[in-house]
Design a protein around this ligand. Structure first.
Ligand code: Z5A
Length: 209
């Protein structure tokens, strides 16, 4: 028996963390999981102790010495390699379920469409890093870049958030294309929190994971 791997994706501020928390509270008593299975809540970057250090480096908004785009891609890949080998695969193999705030779709959207790095190379890197591990289901929370920026207006932006609207528009376009290509469940994230949660719960119940 192997657990299930659920991922929530979308641009900054789309409400991923809010939904991961809601589903984390609901899923163990939903009847979907085996009685002895645990649910692991995690995220990228920073889902492991080593990954937390990488997260600090990646997101530090130090305008004097930002990493190159390729360095940034490799740092996200390193974080994911650690995450898969230390958390995701071992937990799934124990028949536990894993819900992650972001996964490979974020790399394709941010580094592929946002930074315009070669998408074939990103796919090759994904093959090396993931070693066959992939989500059972991915939800894409779709909001406009304008709404995303509005939702984050009262906080200090990290290095990626500081990129501005044109970058975010490209990332969002990327997410939309990937969502179609990979048959992700697309949800309008402009709805209220409860409507979005209900959509996710209904899809999980009906998808016979
Ligand atoms: N990144 C990358 O470039 N490449 C990669 O491979 C990976 C990541 C994995 C860190 O991600 C950064 O790394 C991120 C992508 C990049 N870049 N940025 N920026 P992160 O996931 O840690 O950071 P984030 O996406 O910026 O998270 P966030 O701002 O916390 O957004 P969120 O989790 O999607 O949203 P939230 O925290 O649940 O909600 C944001 C606000 O909106 C909050 O005030 C909520 O109360 C509110 N909210 C939530 N839902 C709603 C609804 N439905 N209506 C109204 N208001 C709402």
């Amino acid at each position: 028996m192997r657990g299930k791997f659920i991922v929530i994706e979308g641009i900054d501020g789309c409400g991923k963390t809010t939904q991961v928390d809601t589903i984390y509270d609901w899923l163990p008593n939903s009847g979907l999981m085996d009685i002895n299975s645990k649910l692991i809540k995690t995220r990228e970057p920073g889902g492991t102790p080593f990954g937390k250090k990488l997260r600090d480096i990646i997101l530090l908004n130090d305008q004097k010495s930002p990493p190159s785009n390729l360095t940034e891609l490799l740092l996200y890949a390193a974080d994911r390699a650690e995450h898969i080998s230390k958390i995701i695969t071992p937990e799934l193999n124990k028949n536990n379920w894993v819900i992650s705030d972001r996964f490979t779709g974020s790399t394709m959207a941010y580094q592929g469409y946002g930074r315009n790095l070669n998408r074939k190379i990103i796919k090759q890197l994904e093959l090396i890093v993931c070693q066959g591990e992939k989500p059972d289901i991915t939800f894409f929370l779709d909001i406009s870049p304008e709404e995303s920026i509005l939702r984050r207006k009262n906080r200090v932006p990290d290095r990626i958030e500081a990129e501005g609207i044109n970058f975010l528009k490209n990332v969002n376009l990327g997410f939309k294309e990937i969502a179609k290509e990979k048959n992700w469940e697309i949800i309008s994230a402009s709805q209220d929190v409860e409507s979005i949660s209900n959509h996710i719960k209904t899809k999980l119940i009906n998808s016979c994971l």
